[in-house]
Design a protein around this ligand. Structure first.
Ligand code: CAA
Length: 378
């Protein structure tokens, strides 16, 4: 695997690994208690991690996509909370503006997102439009030089903390998903109401909120891309975004595997380390094999993206497999730890709680299978 990475990517990996150990690990507990990691994000901004793939002309680090995936992977080994915050901010906000924004929009938002001054949120999901994202109900009506948007969103990662929101709303409900458009919405916008902050099973340091648009006034110049292109914009970016979540899942699984191996080597029962028992050793072997397979799928998809090749099928495969592996490996890690694994004295219960959502957000595993099967039928 090392052979696939360039010198630059390996240096970046070391830098992120060191940063995660020194700056993030000591804050894991406060994040578990619900503290949003503003200070960590600010430091990540200084290191160039908030704009890792952003071109230099917009204030970014101008690194390749694989470097970004390495960063998510390394960060998520220590904190999946940090992994998801960065993944959403980069994959489906900054990159979306870079690909579909006009020059003025890029100049206005991207440097601030790249420096970490601004945090981004992606607002697609609605109470009655989850997997069926194309059926969303939020409406945008043109009124002079503005759009008036009404509706609501749920499960918005970074919501409430974010400074810029990409909001999907229908500009022509008669056209279904072809009537959806995308808008750039700033935090202080009149009519943007931050709703309930969800109490989640895991990722306690990340924010997941409901949003309400109550006659929200958005300047017409904040339309992102062409009118009616919103659904395609969302889908195209999710294709790539899913590699980020796959990498987050990989990081969680790697961390759980590492903990389980160390514990099994040091836990003595019947006069020997439990890792010497085949019941445990074979379990660890299966966990390590699944993690390695996930790693190959994740970096294969990332490599395609880095080379500018299509990667929708491979991204969905990576997310499907890596998230399944994360759930299975974290479950087995608790089993290796026995009773101790069920307590909050060890991190494996956190890994287990954080892993589950990787099978749900940015498209459930069932949706990934749908996407993969559509590609197979092409
Ligand atoms: N790229 C570009 N265009 C695409 C596309 C893609 N990947 N997928 C579909 N489209 C286009 C199609 O070409 C089609 O346009 P044409 O008719 O002009 O060809 C149009 O979009 C409609 O396509 P479909 O009929 O295939 O769309 P659908 O309504 O059946 O939905 C789906 C497809 C894959 C199920 C999609 O709705 C989907 O991905 N659902 C899951 C939603 C999701 O992932 N939500 C994540 C929310 S964000 C999040 O979770 C972030 C977080 O917090 C971590």
């Amino acid at each position: 695997m090392e052979l696939m990475f360039t010198e630059e990517q390996l240096m970046m990996r070391k830098m992120v690994r060191d940063f995660a150990q020194t700056e993030i690990a000591p804050k894991v507990e406060s994040m578990e208690n619900g503290e949003f990691p503003r200070d960590i994000l600010a430091k990540m901004g200084e290191l160039g991690l908030m704009g890792i793939t952003t071109p230099e002309q917009y204030g970014g680090a101008n690194m390749d996509f694989t470097s970004y995936i390495i960063a998510i992977n390394e960060l998520s080994r220590v904190s999946a909370t940090i992994g998801v915050i960065l993944s959403v901010h980069t994959s489906v906000v900054t990159n979306l503006i870079l690909y579909f924004g006009n020059e003025e929009q890029k100049q206005k938002y991207v440097p601030k997102l790249a420096s970490g001054q601004y945090l981004g949120a992606f607002c697609l999901t609605e109470p009655s439009a989850g997997s069926d994202a194309g059926s969303l109900k939020s409406k945008a009506v043109k009124d002079g030089n503005n759009y008036i948007i009404n509706g609501s969103k749920v499960f918005i990662t970074n919501g409430g903390e974010a400074d810029v929101y990409i909001v999907f709303a229908s500009t022509d409900p008669t056209l279904g998903s072809k009537g959806i458009s995308a808008f750039l919405v700033e935090k202080e916008t009149e009519g943007l109401v931050i709703g309930k902050d969800e109490h989640k099973m895991g990722l306690h340091g990340s924010r997941t909120v409901q949003l309400n648009f109550d006659n929200m006034i958005v300047p017409a110049e904040n339309l992102l891309g062409q009118m009616g292109d919103g659904f395609k914009i969302a889908m195209a970016n999710l294709d790539v975004g899913r590699i980020g979540i796959a990498s987050q899942a990989l990081g969680i699984a790697e961390a759980a595997l590492e903990e389980a191996i160390t514990y099994a080597q040091h836990r003595y029962q019947f006069g020997k380390p439990i890792s010497n028992n085949q019941g445990v050793g074979f379990k660890l072997a299966d966990m390590a094999t699944a993690v390695e397979a996930s790693r190959l799928l994740v970096y294969r998809a990332a490599d395609l993206r880095t080379k500018g090749l299509t990667c929708g099928k491979e991204a969905s495969m990576a997310k499907l497999f890596a998230s399944k592996t994360a759930v299975e490996v974290t479950t087995e890690a608790i089993q290796v730890f026995g009773g101790y694994g069920y307590t909050m004295d060890y991190p494996v219960e956190r890994f287990f709680r954080d892993a589950k959502v990787t099978e749900i957000y940015e498209g459930t595993s069932e949706i990934q299978r749908l996407v993969i099967s559509k590609h197979l039928n092409k």
